[in-house]
Design a protein. Structure first.
Length: 308
C-alpha cells in the first residue's frame, strides 16, 4: 500500500509492471450483450447507457486498429513516449465466437506501442475455452479481465436486471484467477436498497474473492435508461449522495476492503448532456484528492477494519 495515499492506487500498480507511462485506450469493437439480444433478456441493465463509455473515436464502423491509432494520436501530443493498453470496454467483450475474439485481441496487440489488453465483460460470459486462450495470452502480454459485478446482493442484481447471480460472479472471478490472470471488478455504490450497512458487507464479500483490482463508482441516473424512468416514478426509492456524503461512504467502504486490492477509481463521469443526477461538478482527479485529504483527516486507510 502507498503510505502517502493510504490506499493501493492503479497508477502504482501499473508503475510496478511497466518502466514507462501507460494509458488505456477505450475501444468499441461492436459487441452486444446477452442481456440485450434476448439470450438472457432485453433492454439491458436498468442503469446502462453505453454512450456514457465511449470517447468520440470509438465508432463500430472503425476497425480496432483505427480506433487505437486515433486514441494514440490524442495522447501522444502530450506524452510522445507513452505506451498503451487496448481497453475493450463497450458492452460485453467476450460475447462472440472464440475465433472472432482471438482476431480482435490479436489485432489490438499488433498496433505499435500497445503493450497489453484490458477486457471488460460479464461474469456469465467467460467459457473455459476462452480462458484457455487467455491463459496463453497472459504469458506473453499484460492482461486484465474486468468483470461487471455491480452488487453482491442477488435481490439488487435482480432489480437492476443483471441477468446473473453473485454466485456466478464468484465462479467467474475464481476460474479466471486460477489461470494466473489479473482480475478486475466493477461495482456501483448507492443502488436502490443498498445503504451503508449493505455496502460494508459488500466490501467484505469482495475481499474474499481473488480480485486484483476494483473500480467503484457512484450511482448516476442517465437519460434514456429504465432506472431514470423508475426514479421519475418513485424518487423516494433512491438516495443520490452529495459529493461529501459519498466521500465518507467511499472511506467507510475501503476501510473494510482487503489491503492489497488495487483501487482503480472512486467515481465515474458521464457526459453532462446525458446525466440527470447527481452532478457534482468535480473532475475525477479533484474528487480523488478530496478522498485522500479526508483519509488523512480521519486517520484512515484501506483495510483499517478488514477482518482477515
Amino acid at each position: 500500500m502507498d503510505e502517502r495515499l493510504r490506499y493501493n492506487d492503479f497508477s502504482g500498480f501499473l508503475a510496478a509492471r511497466f518502466p514507462y507511462k501507460v494509458q488505456k485506450i477505450s475501444l468499441n469493437a461492436g459487441f452486444t450483450c446477452p442481456n440485450r439480444d434476448g439470450s438472457k433478456g432485453y433492454g439491458g441493465c436498468t442503469y446502462c447507457n453505453n454512450q456514457t463509455f465511449n470517447p468520440a473515436y470509438c465508432r463500430t464502423e472503425k476497425s480496432v486498429s483505427q480506433q487505437l491509432e486515433e486514441g494514440k494520436s490524442f495522447f501522444a501530443r502530450k506524452y510522445p513516449e507513452m505506451k498503451y493498453l487496448a481497453y475493450f470496454q463497450a458492452y460485453t467483450n467476450t460475447y462472440a465466437g472464440l475465433e472472432k475474439l482471438k482476431r480482435m485481441y490479436e489485432e489490438a496487440l499488433q498496433v505499435p506501442d500497445v503493450v497489453g489488453l484490458v477486457i471488460g465483460t460479464r461474469p456469465d460470459c467467460m467459457p473455459d475455452a476462452l480462458l484457455d486462450y487467455l491463459e496463453t495470452l497472459d504469458r506473453r502480454t499484460f492482461l486484465l479481465v474486468e468483470y461487471g459485478i455491480e452488487s453482491t446482493d442477488d435481490r439488487t442484481l435482480e432489480r437492476i436486471n443483471r441477468g446473473h447471480t453473485f454466485a456466478c460472479t464468484c465462479d467467474a472471478v475464481r476460474r479466471t484467477a486460477e489461470r494466473g490472470i489479473c482480475v478486475g471488478g466493477h461495482v456501483i455504490l448507492g443502488l436502490p436498497g443498498e445503504g451503508r450497512e449493505e455496502l460494508i458487507l459488500q466490501a467484505e464479500r469482495l475481499s474474499d474473492l481473488p480480485l486484483t483490482t476494483l473500480k467503484l463508482h457512484q450511482l448516476q441516473l442517465i437519460k434514456g435508461t429504465r432506472m431514470a424512468h423508475e426514479y421519475a416514478l418513485c424518487p423516494a426509492d433512491f438516495h443520490l449522495y452529495s459529493a461529501d456524503e459519498y466521500i465518507e461512504l467511499v472511506i467507510d467502504y475501503i476501510e473494510h476492503l482487503r489491503p492489497d486490492l488495487v483501487l482503480e477509481r472512486f467515481i465515474s463521469q458521464s457526459p453532462k448532456e446525458l446525466l440527470i443526477a447527481p452532478d457534482w461538478g468535480l473532475k475525477n482527479h479533484e474528487f480523488t484528492e478530496k478522498v485522500r485529504r479526508r483519509l488523512r483527516e480521519r486517520d484512515s486507510w484501506q483495510g483499517k477494519y478488514w477482518k482477515k
